[in-house]
Design a binder for this molecule. Sequence first.
Ligand code: TXA
Ligand code: MG
Length: 338
Amino acid sequence: MAKYLNLTNEYNKVSLKEAASYINNGKLVLFPTETVYGIGADGLNEQAVKNIFIAKGRASDNPLILHISSIEMLDNIANITDPLEEELIKAFFPGPLTIVLQRKSIVPNAVTANLDTVGIRMPENKIAHDLIELANTPIAAPSANISGRPSGTNISDIFDELNDKVDYIIDGGETKVGLESTVVRVINHEIHILRPGKITYDDLSKYGKVIIPEHILSEVNKNDVVLSPGMKYRHYAPKTKCILVYSENKTNLIKKIQELETNNTLVITNSNNLKNFKNAISYGTTLEEISHNIFKLLRSADKGHYELIIIEGVKTEGLGLAIMNRLIRACSHNYLKV
Ligand code: TXA
Ligand code: MG
């Protein structure tokens, strides 16, 4: 049973001192960021980091992100080898961007899964920032979920799943973005998007040539070599069977979903399309709303004992690329484009 700290109504930095001392003592602390909740531990304490993998049931070849609160912290754990990396850091830190850099030897192998690189992110969320600053150490944190499940965007969704697996829970309310950070790596002066997120292709294009690997929207086999190990794994998935349907033509989309739906199907769709289906809930209308709501909806849909969940896809532009990247995985690649 974890210790619980409620910061949803009022917050001051002093109330985080205890949580920071848990980090310093090698314990696991569930904390909010602007993207999703994280399961945090002292990123320089190898045993504490290993305990994150155990708590999540995560494959040990899938590296963790180190969360920092200052550029001095970055200098201690990673090297900048390309001026473009510096530019991206200046432009997007703090915020929902993770940049993969050359690691320094102080970083434990458990964090990087023995790679020579390390993912670095400076969260913008005040609670996350202050927790790292008070602990005065980079915090290693994957998304807060058991491996394979949708990432946690509020405490009530993940409490039962993680309460007995972590030592301390900080409740900071709903996360703002709702999808995990954009992960990038600069190679030969080009920006590779390893995982799409709130910072989009267009945002990054202002700084250099951006490359989107094919696997972002397709299946990755266990033995394929990919720059981001996390892309190999089953992800974000409800237990119920899911189908993702997308069409640029609204009539075709509605017709296809109507063909597929049974009497025990839940359709997750745009507010404007709700009325066309037997049993439907809305994920909003804008990409921001959809990204904010989608993981929560996937979790609640799972509790409804449906035989099928049908999800309306979105155009893969802007934030839509990140949404589709998650939805295609949530639906285990059951994706119909009509
Ligand atoms: O928004 C986020 O990024 C959240 C919050 C808590 O900060 N964290 C998060 O962590 O989503 P996680 O562990 O669920 O996803 C990290 C992703 C994985 O796909 C992993 O493979 C990739 O980042 N990654 C981490 N370090 C890497 C590295 N050195 N090289 C390539 N990919 C890396
Ligand atoms: Mg994750």
